[in-house]
Design a protein around this ligand. Structure first.
Ligand SMILES: Nc1ncnc2c1ncn2[C@@H]1O[C@H](COP(=O)(O)OP(=O)(O)OP(=O)(O)O)[C@@H](O)[C@H]1O
Ligand SMILES: [Mg+2]
Length: 178
């Protein structure tokens, strides 16, 4: 198996790591996955088209509703999902054909969202995460997508390998309602 690069960003700190196993985050040995009652995992696949961005955003919002989130929490999740899916469409597949997979799961009072593409991949994730860094200034991108995902979610993990694709996994704690 070829190497992939990963970055985990949590509470303003970023950690880089390399992996040799499959890039799939939830497929790793020992990782929790599948239809455990408390995880209630859901996955959808859709064509990499910008018209599916709002669909993905609404699915994530509807899924998170089971944790009784606030309007603000829902809005944060929608923004983060939009950014991840837009990136897969315009960078991963450069606007061409491709499939995007979004997985959703719960752990305690937390929602986990994973967006995967099998596109071009990212050469250097840390650099790509820098605010204002964009490889598409021609498309009037501002380079703020990853910065928004970091700001609106509690944890952001990105794994990528050139020619293989990119996995973006985000976690957000949802405060229990009263
Ligand atoms: N799924 C992906 N596949 C390949 N490259 C990606 C992917 N997601 C991000 N990138 C790379 O990371 C860079 C930074 O992404 P980010 O979302 O922060 O900014 P942007 O998409 O360029 O601009 P904005 O999100 O503000 O419109 C992108 O310009 C692109 O080079
Ligand atoms: Mg972006």
């Amino acid at each position: 198996m070829e190497q992939f690069q990963g970055v985990i960003s949590r509470a303003g700190e970023r950690q880089v790591f390399m992996g040799e196993e499959s890039m799939g985050i939830w497929e790793e040995p020992g990782a929790e996955s599948g239809c455990k009652l408390e995880r209630n995992e859901v996955a959808i696949e859709f064509c990499a088209q910008s018209r599916n961005e709002s669909f993905a955003r609404m699915v994530a919002a509807a899924y998170t509703a089971q944790l009784n989130p606030t309007m603000e929490e829902i809005s944060d999740i929608k923004t983060a999902v939009s950014e991840a899916v837009t990136n897969a469409v315009i960078h991963g597949y450069s606007g061409g054909d491709g499939i995007i997979r979004m997985r959703l799961a719960l752990s305690e009072n937390e929602v986990q969202i994973e967006v995967t593409d099998h596109g071009v991949g990212i050469e250097n994730i840390l650099i790509a995460m820098e605010p204002m860094y964009t490889t598409r200034p021609d498309m009037e991108r501002s380079g703020m997508g990853f910065a928004f995902m970091e700001a609106f979610m509690d944890e952001l993990e990105v794994r990528s390998a050139l020619g293989r694709g990119t996995i973006v996994r985000m976690k957000k704690k949802i405060a229990p309602g009263v």
